[in-house]
Design a protein around this ligand. Structure first.
Ligand SMILES: [Zn+2]
Length: 500
């Protein structure tokens, strides 16, 4: 009889400074999706956690029982209606699947709810209640997980991503599945221990394409995983744009029945991060300086100006205008912007039609935290339904969509190509330009609303990446955020914080 493993979950990263909740409808818009039953199995071979989970299950002759996997692009708190509907459907699927040998969850780790700070903990608790104490529950976790005590209490093992951009999602899914199989086969008895630091850090300090402070700790975690008896070692950077008590850095180590070793290693990883706490500070470049540097670059240069404070992957407004304003003020040319979310502007361009020249006010309308609306005049060069294939490592084999998309050409050919979209974007792939007729390697300036995920695809083509200091709710300057529920004291908001 094959090993039977039930799988499903809810994955969303919540920016609690985003006023607009993530509703049931949002889970089926744009790049979000609700996969049911065999729909989950269609993620076979993709650059997602399920790419790895399914491959490992099939290689081991496991009977994987897919229930529901609901995933939404980062945004505001998940509505009670959506959360409760998904939980009920997942639990129902698991109930019908019983008896099972194990549970492999498809969760993110930083979901907050309209009615509570923790989405994952209560879901895991309900699953534990259903399957009983003896069925192992294992999950891969996003590097930005805000780890709760309830998550720790309900699961047997977590394995976190080690790369940001998250190019290792399939690998982490496969690792989680291998760990679960070892437990089911009686080859391992997982003991999981975590350590929590009074430390909150901006996403940009967690990037692993350079020796960021978080990467240094992750390198040590990788080393730990090569030692006998260590099943998984994880450093979670946390997601700082969540005003919840348990946001921030944490470490998790899973050993084979050796609680003392797990404790020692989890504490060692935490100490590595704590020793580097000052280096988690990010100092982005003022907008005008970044633009001037790019315009002064050698012919053929490609400068990425990363709008890290309005990152589509961090649940911001997606309609920040400060860099566009700067480009217009500087008279910049050969600049392409991915993208500004503005449904009204898209509708106006569609009504005007391809080839029409139109004057309108774009962006800055969602929450007043991402710059003012900017008046532009341009020619509607392209109207696109918005869907396109992801070609790079992150999310390969999946499709992205930002809803209906318009390319507005400002200042004629070779001027500023502004993409206006109906939904928030997450420009992590070269196809965010190429699908819309813009060749990114041939533009002097690429403006990307992305905190870090853009790096996997764009660092290889960029002469230089400049993180720009614009306003927004994924700014690395955490002192700008009105935290109320976050535990205190916490570094760097309270500089005198001590640990342990
Ligand atoms: Zn993440």
């Amino acid at each position: 009889m094959p090993i039977r493993i039930a799988t499903g979950g809810i994955a969303q990263e919540t920016n609690t400074f985003q006023w607009e909740p993530t509703t049931l409808a949002d889970f089926s818009r744009g790049s979000s999706g609700i996969e049911r039953g065999e729909g989950i199995m269609r993620l076979r071979g993709t650059g997602t956690i399920y790419g790895g989970i399914i491959a490992e299950a099939e290689a081991n002759g496991v009977e994987l029982i897919p229930t529901l996997y609901a995933h939404a692009v980062p945004g505001g708190r998940v509505s009670r209606e959506a959360y409760e509907a998904f939980c009920a459907e997942i639990l129902d699927g698991f109930r019908r699947a019983l008896p099972v040998d194990g549970v492999l969850l498809g969760i993110h780790g930083a979901m907050a709810l309209e009615h509570g700070p923790d989405g994952e903990g209560p879901l895991i608790a309900q699953i534990r209640e259903l399957v009983g104490p003896d069925v192992p529950i294992v999950a891969p976790l996003d590097l930005h997980t805000n780890l709760s005590e309830e998550m720790m209490a309900g699961a047997n093992a977590f394995v976190g991503y080690k790369e940001y951009p998250h190019i290792d999602m399939p690998e982490t899914g496969a690792h989680a599945m291998r760990l679960l199989l070892a437990v089911i086969r009686g080859e391992a008895r997982p003991t999981m221990v975590h350590a929590r630091l009074p430390l909150i850090a901006p996403n940009q300090s967690m990037v692993t394409t350079w020796q960021s402070p978080l990467k240094e700790a992750i390198d040590r975690a990788r080393e730990m995983e090569r030692a006998p008896g260590v099943l998984a070692a994880t450093v979670l950077g946390g997601f700082p744009f969540a005003d919840i008590p348990f946001a921030g850095l944490a470490t998790i180590v899973v050993t084979d029945d050796d609680p003392a070793l797990a404790r020692r290693l989890a504490d060692e990883l935490a100490a590595l991060c704590w020793a580097r706490r000052e280096r988690f500070t990010i100092r982005p470049t003022p907008i005008a300086d970044a633009i001037a540097e790019a315009l002064a670059g050698a012919p053929g240069s490609v400068y990425v100006l990363a709008d890290i404070a309005d990152s589509g992957a961090s649940g911001t407004a997606g309609d920040g205008t400060a860099i566009l304003r700067g480009l217009l003020d500087a008279g910049a040319r050969s600049a392409a912007i991915a993208q500004i979310m503005d449904r009204e502007a898209v509708a106006a361009c569609v009504a005007a039609g391809i080839g029409a020249t139109i004057t309108l006010s774009v962006g800055g309308k969602h929450d007043g935290l991402h710059g003012e609306p900017v008046a532009v005049t341009g020619m509607v060069r392209l109207i696109h339904e918005g869907g396109f294939a992801i070609g790079g490592a992150m999310g390969r084999g999946t499709r992205a969509s930002r809803g209906k998309t318009v390319v507005l050409e400002i200042d004629g050919p070779g001027g500023i190509e502004l993409q206006l979209t109906e939904l928030r974007g997450h420009p992590s792939d070269l196809n965010h330009f190429r699908a819309f007729g813009i060749e990114p390697t041939e533009r002097r300036i690429l403006v990307l609303k992305s905190a870090a995920h853009f790096r996997a695809a764009f660092e290889p083509i960029a002469t230089k990446v400049i993180e720009v200091d614009a306003p927004g709710i994924s700014s690395p300057d955490l002192r700008r955020f009105p935290y109320k529920d976050l535990r205190r004291p916490i570094y760097p908001l309270d500089p005198e914080t001590t640990w342990p």
